[in-house]
Design a protein around this ligand. Structure first.
Ligand code: COA
Length: 330
């Protein structure tokens, strides 16, 4: 049995910064409301039509460089996204073409905010068995193309942003390791945070009535999401600690999916952790769904929040509902 590790990381966000004040001009909201309820000050939106594969490309190149491999060494491409450019094929096919890696297998996964950790778990299994040695794992979202940026959609529109994060998961030959991953889901909540109708796609499955009723925009039962998130996040962090007999004190940093600052604060309190041990960059990018954990890892490492040998817990909760964690030695 082999061991896997995160060998390289990369992140990319569009240059266009959209502040809360800019949103005030599009809908009835306020900078104060958004900061108080979510902790978000600004997010990035693409300015012209741009698919997820295109947005992810710079992040992939950075991750490949950071891992010190050649792109030709990649054995599998996994992409997690809720905003694919087309119904089919998945974003990973378009990304593979842009990377000029013909014949490398591609896999899209659809587990929303937990996508990056589910992807880590899938990559970990392929590496452990010796089947593959280097896997490109990407979390990417172009949320702005599918948001209702009017007062009608304001509860969700203010939360989300565009961005991409990438990791190279490789066979480990040193002390760095993905020690364990823990995956959960509860489909009875599938409609508490969902997009009923695929965006940007016309088919017999989509009626004019559905579009007129705006069922192509995300719907969120915010209270239900909040209530479940503050229970499931701590549970899944504890699952990772207990599985490895790690004490809270052993952990250098918890890197949660950047859902909402109030959720992060609530889980920090429930876990009785100091706030500086739970990383947040949501004020800069908003909620970038599958991209948020790798983007947070890139920023946290740049800020010197963790280094070689440190123990990290990654944790996510989101639509599905799905939730997941990973215990990592950097
Ligand atoms: N700007 C101004 N007002 C807004 C608004 C916005 N962007 N969005 C919603 N409102 C209004 C609502 O219309 C409602 O008004 P009403 O009382 O007149 O009907 C009011 O604000 C609701 O406010 P509040 O009671 O504070 O709502 P809340 O406590 O449920 O908070 C959320 C709303 C969305 C911040 C909260 O439910 C939440 O954090 N949920 C989790 C969301 C999340 O993280 N999702 C991503 C998970 S991956």
């Amino acid at each position: 049995m082999y061991r896997s590790k995160i060998a390289g990381l990369g992140g990319y966000v569009p240059e266009n910064v959209v502040t809360n004040f800019a949103l005030e001009k599009m809908m009835n909201t306020s900078n104060e409301w958004i900061i108080e309820r979510t902790g978000i000050h600004e997010r990035r939106f693409v300015t012209q039509p741009c698919g997820c594969a295109e947005l992810a490309l710079p992040a992939c190149h950075d991750a490949i460089r950071d891992a010190g491999i050649q792109k030709e060494n990649i054995d599998l491409i996994i992409v997690a996204t809720i905003t694919p450019e087309h119904q089919a094929p998945g974003t990973s096919s378009f990304l593979q073409a842009l990377l000029e890696l013909t014949l490398v297998p591609t896999l899209d996964i659809r587990v929303q905010c937990s996508g990056f950790i589910y992807g880590m778990s899938i990559a970990d299994q392929f590496i452990k068995t010796g089947h593959y040695q280097n896997i490109l794992l990407v979390g990417v979202e172009v949320q702005s193309a599918g948001l209702n940026l009017t007062t009608e959609g304001r509860d969700i529109a203010v939360l989300f942003g565009d961005g991409a994060g990438a990791a190279i998961i490789s066979r480990s030959d040193d002390d760095s390791e993905i020690i364990s991953t823990h995956l959960f889901a509860d489909g009875t909540h599938a409609k508490d945070l969902w997009v009923e109708v695929p965006i940007g796609y016309e088919s017999p499955r989509i009626s004019k009535e559905m579009l007129d009723e705006h069922r192509q925009y995300p719907y969120m039962n915010g209270r239900q999401v909040f209530k479940n998130a503050v229970i499931r996040f701590p549970e899944v962090v504890i699952a990772a600690l207990e599985a490895n007999q790690w004490a809270k004190e052993d952990i250098k940093l918890v890197i949660p999916h950047q859902a909402n600052m109030r959720i992060t604060e609530a889980i920090t309190k429930r876990l009785d952790l100091p706030l500086e041990k739970v990383y947040s960059n949501i004020h800069r990018y908003g909620n970038t769904t599958a991209a948020s954990i790798p983007l947070a890892m890139v920023d946290a490492r740049k800020e010197g929040k963790f280094g070689k040998g440190d123990k990290l817990i990654l944790a996510a909760f989101g639509s599905g509902f799905t939730w997941a964690s990973a215990a990592v030695i950097w």
